[in-house]
Design a protein around this ligand. Sequence first.
Ligand SMILES: [Zn+2]
Length: 298
Amino acid sequence: MAQAELHLHLEGSIDPDTIQLLDPGLTREEIGARYEFEDFAGFIACFRWIAQRLRGPEDYALVTRRLLERLEREDILYAEITLSAGVVLWKEQDLAAIWDAVRDESDRSPVEVFWNLDSIRQFGPDLAMQVAEFAATRVGEGVISIGIGGDEIAGPAKWFRDVFRFSKDSGLRLTAHAGETAGPESIWAALEIGAERIGHGIRAVDDPSLMAYLRDRQIPCEVSIVSNLRTGAVRSLDEHPIRRLFDAGVPVVLNTDDPAIFGTTLAGEFALVRERFGFTDEELATVAENAWKFRFAH
Ligand SMILES: [Zn+2]
C-alpha cells in the first residue's frame, strides 16, 4: 500500500553523494566526518552544515528532485516536506527564488507534495514572522503549514504566539517540534499557541493528563525512532516510549525526520517498531493509516 509521510526535512534528506555533487572540492572523508555526531547539538551542527552547502535555487532543485525520486521508488506517494525557510533567510538567500525552484520540482513529481515552511526556534520570532509572511503568500500553491524546530529551551513556544496566529489567519496549518529534547511542558506550550500536530512529542509519556489530552483531541505525535536514538533524545531503543504512547491512545505517525543524516527509511522505521516494540500487523496498519488521516491537505 502506498505510504504517506508527514515529518521529513528536505535538508536532512541530502546524502553524502549529493553533497559531493554540490561541492566536488570536499573529500568523502571530510563529508563523512560531518555526518558524525554524539548528541542533539552535534546533530544541529550537522544539519546546519548541510544547509550551508545549498548555494541557491539550482541546488535546492537538485536535492528536491533526488528526494522525490526516492520517495517515488519507496512508494511514498504523499509527503509533507519541511523546508527550513528560516535557514534560507538566515543565509540571506532569495527565499522566493528558492521556493519557485522547489515548487517546480514538486509539480513534476508523481508524489503528491505539500510544504511546511519551518523556522528555527532559537533564531527568534522576528525571523519566524518573515517566514510566515512569505508562506502566507504561497497558500494554495503548495505551502500547507508553518512550523518551528530546533532548541525548545532557547526558543520557547510562547515567543511564536503572534506568528502562529497570523499563520492560522492566513490559512496555514500549524505544527511544532516539541517534547523532543524538553519535557511535557514544552508540548503544552506548543498546544497553547495552536499547534495541530506535534513533531516528536515523545515526552508526552511523562504526563498522563497530556497523553489523555492528545488522545481526546486526536492531536498526533510525529514519531521518528532512529532520529530520537541518534540525537540522544532517548538513551536507548528500549527507552523509546512509542509503545506507551500508542497504548495510551495517543495518535502516532511514523516518520524518518532526516533520513540521510540518521541513516533510516520509512520501511526501516516500521520494521523497527514491529521487531523491537512488538507492534502487530493491525497496529502497524493503524500507524500507517494515521499518516493519511492526519495529513493537512484533504
Ligand atoms: Zn524534525
